[in-house]
Design a protein around this ligand. Structure first.
Ligand code: ADP
Ligand code: MG
Length: 681
């Protein structure tokens, strides 16, 4: 019934129906589930004598006169006098001459709008109106009125008028889909009452309860979906159990031979991963750890354990530079175990690649490290036990799925972008989470300063002095525009300017996304070997590059970057024994911009900065969160940690006892309806 097309129900034009359709609203149900984005509380009427200019006032009274005036400039003005028990005020509408016909005199009307001081006196300009009809509910004013997302031709007023009769007639067809136990446990409002009150709240309290119910609902179904998918995956692949045991002796020895001691957080993360790979189904874990917290060594030790059980390991990184860096770390860390470690990327020659792939398929390769090349068609493994994805936010869900499709390995993802736990539950719900929240001992603090334009010369002088001492520097240029053409132009100009006028005696390198892979590699090699003193780059340098000799990070237009990204840049220095510096240049700063820059000076923890960024800009902006359909999460907020936890726990309980939702057919029906949320970079 609720699936009935609106065409058959609403009295309206084709054009309006088309507009609704473009909002994803086609059926009665769609429209009833088209929730308001806000509310206008106009329950309190202002007395006319208390009206204050430029403030919205809602007044109840009668029109005592109303007439049209044609102005010299061809405009039509409708003027009237409105009166309540406390006084009178002039009303003015522009270009709506039909109002003289529509609005009755001496009948109760509610007007809502801003009073402005005109030539002579104060007048209420272009107010919205609602005629009070005896025995009929008001739907625009004098209530907590819903405000909807509007598009051309579809105003909140129009929507209210269409939704009101639907609520009255069709609500009874909605069936409760949340199980009794859940409603009771969380003390939630029933679905009918919630839908009614979200559109036309009876009171503030009921509105809150309605929103809470609908928000929980959304998160709960989302969690059911994610957890059910996880269950299916584990169930389907159970037969491929890997039986990977923990080789305690080997690991102890490997850890003892490291040139440093593992932090407690690293030990804990390693333990989590080892527990995962013991499981009789493929585990999936995300390790979050700040830049430089030492995720790679955790991955290497886990890999060693897997190889010692006779399985293969694959490590995929988003760039060639990073993949190479991992390759050398792995070779160095695991050198005495005589493992067969191979590397492939886009620039590997065909014959080399063919050879590595053959070895992967026959099983003679123990560990293969590479870029996207690892998920191309001709790739295969004999017995992949563990797949590791570094900087996982750089890859899409699809790419992760391809890796998982080879022998259903255990999956370990790593990221330096910290995501608050509750948000991770929503966007990475099918992964378990480990957090490396501790830096290796003796890490120096990077001195961070916002530098004003008149200190620019001094900053350059500072760089020159550092380079004279043998150090190196980065200069990062911002994204001026979405199009990378302009971005590239600005970085090229900056590079030319610095080389010619500021540092003529030094060797500068240039890095941006438009360079060919070989060109990038050449520049990076040059920088790594200190053949290049200053690397001028766009944000491509962001990800995980390790050049311990670099001690200065200078960022132009810092306000254009998010805090997490600035923190990533800053993490490129301070990786060696030398004191390091981060200089932030900015354009004009908004208040928010100032707060963000000060936060960079004050905090060195990426987690803390991410939290601040979330508060200032919201999760959508910070993490590039998108949904796979048009409507966003309609009701739930991604920052509502209480509801998220509740929804997660309730969903987990249900999936645990009834993964296929056999006893919950109404919930099962809801699952395909919910839009998933994901992070896209
Ligand atoms: P990230 O977590 O950003 O990927 P890396 O794994 O690249 O960090 O580690 C950064 C640097 O820290 C590397 O040079 C690594 O050898 C070093 N490192 C890792 N763990 C420790 C530790 N426990 N103590 C000292 N240095 C460490
Ligand atoms: Mg890393």
């Amino acid at each position: 019934m609720l699936q009935k097309n609106l065409e058959k129900v609403l009295r309206t034009t084709k054009k309006h129906l088309g507009k609704l359709s473009s909002l994803g609203v086609n059926t009665v149900k769609d429209l009833l589930l088209y929730f308001p984005r806000d509310y206008n509380d106009t329950r309190e009427f202002t007395k006319i004598k208390d009206i204050i200019p430029n403030e919205v006032a809602t007044i109840k009274g009668r029109l005592t006169s109303l007439f049209n005036i044609n102005t010299k400039f061809g405009k039509k003005i409708t003027r009237g006098i409105f009166t309540d028990f406390s006084g009178t005020i002039e009303i003015v509408w522009f270009n709506q001459p039909h109002l003289t016909r529509m609005l009755p005199r001496n009948t109760e009307i509610i007007l809502s709008g801003k009073a402005k001081t005109g030539f002579r006196k104060i007048a209420l300009q272009n107010p919205s109106y609602e005629i009070i009809k005896p025995y009929e509910e008001q739907i625009h004013s004098g209530i907590i009125a819903p405000v909807y997302h509007e598009t051309e031709g579809i105003t909140s007023k129009w929507i209210r008028e269409k939704i009101k009769p639907l609520v009255d007639e069709w609500l009874s067809f909605f069936e409760e889909h949340l199980p009794e136990e859940i409603l009771k446990e969380h003390n939630l409002m029933g679905i009918k009452e919630a839908i009614k009150n979200v559109h036309f709240p009876e009171s503030e309290k009921k509105l809150l309860q309605a929103r809470e119910r609908l928000g929980f609902d959304e998160l709960f179904i989302l969690q059911l979906k994610v957890l059910q998918r996880k269950w299916h995956w584990q169930h389907a692949t159970q037969s491929q159990a890997k039986n990977i045991e923990i080789k305690t002796e080997i690991l102890k020895e490997a850890i003892a031979s490291l040139p440093f001691e593992l932090t407690n957080a690293q030990k804990k993360a390693l333990k989590d991963v080892l527990e995962d790979i013991k499981k009789p189904y493929p585990a999936s874990r995300l390790i979050q750890g700040d830049v430089g917290s030492g995720k790679t060594v955790v991955a290497a030790l886990a890999a060693l354990n897997v190889v010692k059980n006779g399985y293969q390991v694959a490590i995929m990184a988003p760039t060639e530079i990073l993949a190479k860096q991992h390759y050398s770390t792995f070779v160095k860390t695991l050198t005495k175990y005589n493992l067969n470690v191979q590397f492939i990327s886009g620039s590997t020659t065909k014959s080399m690649k063919d050879d590595v792939v053959r070895q992967m398929k026959t099983g003679t390769v123990d560990i293969v490290i590479g870029t996207h090349s690892l998920i191309q068609e001709d790739i295969g493994f004999k017995n992949l036990g563990l797949a590791i994805i570094d900087e996982q936010h750089r890859f899409g869900v699809k790419q992760r799925e391809i890796l998982k499709s080879y022998n259903s390995p255990h999956l370990l993802s790593m990221t330096a972008t910290p995501i608050p736990r509750t948000l991770a539950i929503v966007v990475y719900g099918d992964q378990d989470l480990s957090v490396i929240d501790e830096m290796p001992k003796g890490r120096q603090e990077i001195i961070t300063r916002v530098v004003s334009e008149n200190k620019r010369k001094q900053a350059y002088q500072w760089i020159e002095d550092q380079i004279a001492k043998g150090r190196q520097a980065f200069v990062i240029c911002p994204l001026i525009d979405e199009s990378d053409v302009i971005e590239v132009k600005s970085v090229i100009q900056e590079y030319a300017h610095l080389q010619e006028f500021i540092f003529p005696k030094l060797k500068l390198g240039l890095l941006h996304g438009r360079l060919k892979q070989e060109e990038k590699d050449e520049v990076m090699e040059g920088f790594k070997n200190n053949k290049i003193n200053i690397l001028v780059s766009t944000s491509v340098v962001e990800v995980g590059i390790d050049v311990p000799n670099a001690t200065i990070m200078l960022i132009e237009g810092s306000e254009r970057f998010g805090l997490s990204q600035l923190h990533q840049f800053r993490g490129r220095v301070g990786r060696g024994v030398y004191q390091s510096y981060c200089f932030l240049f900015t354009g004009n700063l908004s208040e928010e911009g100032k707060t963000r820059m000060q936060s960079m000076e004050k905090y060195s923890s990426g987690f803390k900065l991410a939290e601040i960024d979330m508060q200032l800009r919201g999760p959508g902006e910070v993490y590039g969160i998108r949904q796979s359909g048009i409507p966003d999460l309609k009701m739930a907020s991604l920052t509502d940690s209480v509801n998220i936890e509740k929804a997660r726990n309730s969903a987990a309980k249900i999936i645990e006892k009834d993964p296929l939702l056999k006893n919950y057919p109404k919930l099962a029906e809801k699952i395909p309806e919910i839009q998933e949320v994901f992070i896209n970079d």
